[in-house]
Design a protein around this ligand. Structure first.
Ligand SMILES: [Zn+2]
Ligand SMILES: [Zn+2]
Length: 212
């Protein structure tokens, strides 16, 4: 069974997720740690729980989700896994960082590309990749069918949705993908978003004002 730890980092309160299980290995998703204190907080959680990071994933590569990629990749010798359509977004991140006065060292190692239907396994547990572009051109979500949760990135939030005014964004695709890829999941599925509190598919079908 996956245990899920959320740490909220950086100027825009991004949710970084650590998924771990009895293998004592973990998957790090969207390490948004920016400051030395934030990097230390993430590393301390890993150390205090005796975990060995086995995978580094990004739901998408906007600035706030990639600050800690290089730190995690180098500390634990990991290769970043993203959707192919996020490669250009990742390359743009340092320039956006300078624009917002948040310079950082970008991950510049090899990339492994994920696509719809790919299965990410950690021992007996697994996540399935769901492509849901719109907020970003290669946004993906990680769905755990057995435990009924999804790590959704900036696609669907508690009573809100991801912005679509950044390069490669599309409001029309975002709405279509939320309806066709996420709202078809069981209503009890818990959604762990890139920002803000967790919610459920059922609650968002009922109450999300952007999807009535
Ligand atoms: Zn984003
Ligand atoms: Zn974000």
């Amino acid at each position: 069974m996956f245990l899920i730890k959320v740490l909220t980092f950086n100027a825009v309160q991004e949710n970084t997720y650590v998924l771990y299980n009895k293998t004592h290995e973990c998957i790090i998703i969207d390490p948004g740690c920016y400051s030395e204190e934030e990097k230390y907080a993430l590393q301390s959680f890993i150390n205090d729980n005796g975990l060995r990071p086995a995978m580094l994933l990004n739901t998408h590569c906007h600035l706030d989700h990639v600050f800690g990629n290089k730190f995690i990749a180098e500390s634990y010798r990991l290769t970043l896994k993203i959707h192919k359509n996020e490669e250009a977004v990742l390359q743009m991140a340092p320039a956006s960082g300078l624009m917002f006065n948040l310079p950082f060292d970008n991950y510049a190692g090899e990339l492994i590309f994920l696509k719809e239907g790919d299965v990410i396994s950690l021992g007996e547990d697994s996540l399935r990749v769901i492509e849901a572009p719109g907020h970003s051109p290669g946004s993906i979500c990680f769905y755990c069918e057995k435990q009924e949760f999804i790590i959704g990135g900036d696609v669907l939030f508690y009573q809100s949705i991801g912005r679509t005014d950044l390069p490669g964004g599309s409001h029309e695709s975002l709405i279509k993908n939320i309806k066709e890829k996420l709202f078809v999941l069981p209503q009890d599925v818990k959604v762990y978003p890139g920002h803000g509190p967790a919610t459920t598919i059922g609650d968002e079908i009922k109450y999300n004002p952007y999807l009535v």
